[in-house]
Design a protein around this ligand. Sequence first.
Ligand SMILES: Cc1cc2nc3c(=O)[nH]c(=O)nc-3n(C[C@H](O)[C@H](O)[C@H](O)COP(=O)(O)OP(=O)(O)OC[C@H]3O[C@@H](n4cnc5c(N)ncnc54)[C@H](O)[C@@H]3O)c2cc1C
Length: 431
Amino acid sequence: MVVEARDRIGGKVWTKYLDDGTPIDLGGTFLGPTQDRIYALLKELDLEITPTPIHGDSQLVYKGKYYRYADDAPDVDSQSLAGVWQTLKKLSKMSLEVPSQEPWSSPKAKEWDAISLGQFLNDPLLNLNEPTLALLRLLFISLFTVEPSEISLLYVLFQIAASGNDIELQMKVDGGADQDMLKGGMIKVAKRMREKIDAEQSNTLDSWLLLSSPVSAIAQDAVGVTVFSELAMIKAKRVVVAVPPNLASEIRYEPALPATRMELLKKMPAGRCIKFITVYDRPFWREMGMSGEVTVLDDYIQLVLDTSPPDRSVGVLMSFAFSNEAKELAELPDQERYTHVITTVTKNFGPKAAKPIYYFEHDWYQDKWTRGCHVAHLAPGVMTSYGQAIRESFARIHWATSESSPLWNGNIDGAIRAGEFVANELLAAAI
Ligand SMILES: Cc1cc2nc3c(=O)[nH]c(=O)nc-3n(C[C@H](O)[C@H](O)[C@H](O)COP(=O)(O)OP(=O)(O)OC[C@H]3O[C@@H](n4cnc5c(N)ncnc54)[C@H](O)[C@@H]3O)c2cc1C
């Protein structure tokens, strides 16, 4: 039985549709090389991918100045860019010393967990100048949605190790984690799985899926578990808690969870990200030779990508605000926030961007059943003090969210890996 708080399946994967059926992904969207488990699942479910469109020049905006570039790098001063690449390479190299299965066991775990990413970047020995630090901040908040001062260096190195020891892979479209999208929207994965299970269970009277039924308590004894949810009380042999760690900490457990597990759950908050979608009658920016990709260092809307459907029936720009900027935008009245978004896309792409035919926004931090995105993060000291508990079951209670995956942690691929891990654990326990 699956007991879900929301009135829909998918969690942080959520697709809405335009009147003509064009999918709009408001949550997890992109996939890329080495995310083998999601690609394998797409094959099994007979679903098709489409490359993220990126044809033409991208733009970087820094101190109000626009740098348009065709290749990998904008033409800001070469010293600053060199500082960025060298720092990313250094971090990727350091991540080789962090085993992604057990990051807390790295010989340098204590040293690296004692400081934040921000302290590392601001070390005078690295001698990074202001534009380099501003660029690095943006790259990191787009991945972790919190300030570099809020996350442990060890946690960041673990995240790099978990995506193949190359942080650039996490940040790129072509050849990176944003390379592909799912035709028809990412929610098709969950929908197709639901259809398959429905077909397999068609002879049973009870539904296997209970929606709109938040779980508030889980009790266990020597023979089984009892799950208390809004609409039902369910008795089972075992339970898998597959809800974000900060929300899992609010479920009541009887008997109480071991202290290390509970502390870990409480110390895994997620950051802030608002996604904005503006839809136009066509991807008009391509007519100006632009890819749609814009990185903005000093505005509220910090990243824009073209996510138009392959048939170009409409033009779709996906924009993001992360961390402090997302927090500040969230506090504005709706109309003012809308004005900010439209002003930024208009500055980026000209007056045609001023009048979208559709507009969507979603603040994942304020979403009751997610409360932060894209992934829970760890402050200094947490990984080495509590990290070992991340996949440890507590008798009949097991854990599975993307945060417990040693690979592609915090991504859709990681969520599937976490599911596979716990399925094997249950099989081994022979229920
Ligand atoms: C804006 C955004 C963009 C992203 N972009 C990407 C991307 O491009 N590529 C990528 O790979 N990943 C991306 N991600 C991350 C990816 O979506 C997640 O890693 C993945 O979906 C997590 O799946 P999960 O099953 O671990 O958790 P979730 O999807 O959070 O599922 C947890 C489920 O638990 C339910 N729940 C919560 N509390 C309770 C309760 N008390 N009782 C019952 N049910 C409860 C929730 O409703 C939810 O359905 C993005 C995420 C966001 C928010």
